[in-house]
Design a protein around this ligand. Structure first.
Ligand code: HAM
Length: 448
């Protein structure tokens, strides 16, 4: 064949994930699973039921809830038109969707408050950096239908319990503030605007843009000059009405009762517009506001703003990646349930045939087993078993098939024993120990 006739072999470039999003590989999934179990357990204890809202919602839902001027809505949403020209957005947070669902499904008819939790991926077009991703996981709790500072305290307590369960409770500091009822906040916003007007030259571009739209956000700007100005700005508490002050004092008394430590932070305003009264965040003691692991607050006006009856609510959500990063930093390892018990090696097609039902029986007994792979020699398969780090290997060769036996090899000790084929499963259970079997059951089905 001449060069001309040689068919061209195309070399494709391998794909990579889009910028800012990442795979959850099996090692990290163990952390995810563990956190999910902790959240589910704590949620169940406190009467919360799980909800999952779509990844897509109409864009207006987020614009109206979180606020047009917020960073999330103005800069960070993944928004696109569907084929009929409707504007849709990948959900940047969970609360708006849960409230939309509460209204849509008439959950106000259920016993109130409705206690809901979620564990979901969310999307924000953030600048990717440590602890900041474009797809990230949040779990969250929402209590809709009741206004009582005892509920705010319970949500905070729930978050703390989960941090403790994950072995990282001591790393975080609870930052607490009240931003009052919308009426009292209006007066405060005016006072803030008046204070900043005339000082525009010392403000960063973002703060200049927000000054007349949402002056409260100027208080938590991270730029040095803006922070200096914020130090001298009017203080929210001086503008709050009695209702807001009393509510906050009652909350604080409950936190004291629960022995929950907090830092009163009158600059904490949160980046979402739906809050009223209580707001809080959990900050890393060493990193401060940067990379908060979670946050939340009361949002008494949101249900009405989204078309429902006036209904008070409070909630909290936490970033799963940030929690995992903290667990790893503290060298907290989660128990792995993925470790295999046994590798079944075989030689010859007859042995392989015997292996398949044996593997099935082992698995049914709760023994985590793989095997009957490939056609390599017993030695090659033993090396593979060592790579899987199994404590035991079962070997079935031509002799074992003929004699209806199997060899069980203890991989660490390097010793082996021959057992009758019909006793392999029982002997394996003995070796592994009943307590170590994987006999998880999702619960018994009921036929109605
Ligand atoms: P948020 O403070 O915007 O609140 O987000 C909650 C948590 O999600 C943050 O503290 C952080 O751990 C994590 N998070 C946010 N953005 C990113 C990102 N780009 N990459 C990684 N993690 C991130 C809310 O979303 C409210 N819905 C909380 C709430 C529930 N308020 C009432 N109910």
């Amino acid at each position: 064949m001449t060069d001309k006739e040689t068919p061209e072999i195309k070399k494709y470039q391998p794909f990579r994930t889009p910028k800012g999003v990442h795979d959850i590989l099996p090692d990290d999934y163990e952390y995810h699973t563990y956190i999910k179990k902790v959240v589910r357990h704590r949620a169940r204890q406190a009467g919360f039921r799980r909800i999952s809202t779509p990844i897509l919602e109409y864009t207006d839902l987020f614009a109206r809830s979180i606020g047009d001027e917020s960073d999330i809505v103005s800069k960070e949403m993944y928004t696109f038109e569907d084929r009929k020209g409707r504007s849709l957005t990948l959900k940047p947070e969970g609360t708006a969707g849960v409230v939309r669902s509460y209204i849509q499904h008439g959950m106000n008819q259920l016993p109130q408050p409705a206690l809901l939790y979620y564990f979901e991926p969310h999307f924000r077009y953030d600048r990717p950096q440590k602890g900041r991703y474009r797809q990230f996981w949040q779990f969250g709790f929402e209590i809709i239908g009741e206004s009582d500072p005892a509920l705010d305290a319970q949500v905070i307590q729930l978050a703390r319990k989960i941090h403790d369960d994950l072995g990282i409770g001591d790393l975080f500091e609870l930052q607490l503030n009240t931003i009052g009822t919308p009426d009292s906040r209006k007066k405060y916003m005016q006072a803030l605007e008046d204070y900043y007007v005339g000082k525009e030259r010392s403000l960063c571009e973002d703060c200049n843009n927000r000054l007349h739209k949402n002056p409260m956000r100027l208080l938590d700007c991270k730029q040095e000059d803006c922070q200096i100005l914020a130090q001298l700005a009017p203080i929210m508490k001086d503008y709050l009405d009695k209702e807001s002050i009393d509510y906050h004092e009652e909350l604080v008394s409950y936190l004291d009762e629960l022995e929950i430590k907090y830092v009163e932070n009158n600059k904490l305003v949160r980046g979402l517009d739906y809050y009223s009264k209580t707001v809080f965040e959990f900050w890393d003691k060493s990193e401060g506001a940067q990379n908060a692991v979670g946050g939340g607050g009361r949002y008494d006006g949101l249900v009405e703003l989204l078309g429902g009856q006036p209904t008070p609510a409070v909630g909290y959500s936490a970033g799963v990646e940030r929690l995992i990063a903290n667990m790893k930093r503290e060298k907290v390892k989660v128990p792995s349930k993925d470790d295999l018990h046994v590798f079944v090696a075989q030689l010859g097609i007859d042995a392989k045939r015997k292996c398949l039902p044996l593997i099935e029986d082992l698995r049914d007994a709760g023994i985590k087993a793989i095997g009957a792979l490939g056609k390599g020699s017993i030695n090659i398969q033993l090396r593979l078993a060592a790579k899987f780090e199994v404590p035991y290997t079962i070997l079935i060769g031509i002799t074992e098939v003929r004699e209806q036996t199997a060899i069980i090899r203890d991989m660490e000790m390097g010793v082996q024993e021959t057992v009758n084929a019909d006793e392999v499963v029982a002997r394996m259970i003995e070796l592994i120990g009943e307590d170590n079997l994987d006999t998880y059951s999702p619960g018994d089905l009921v036929y109605t």
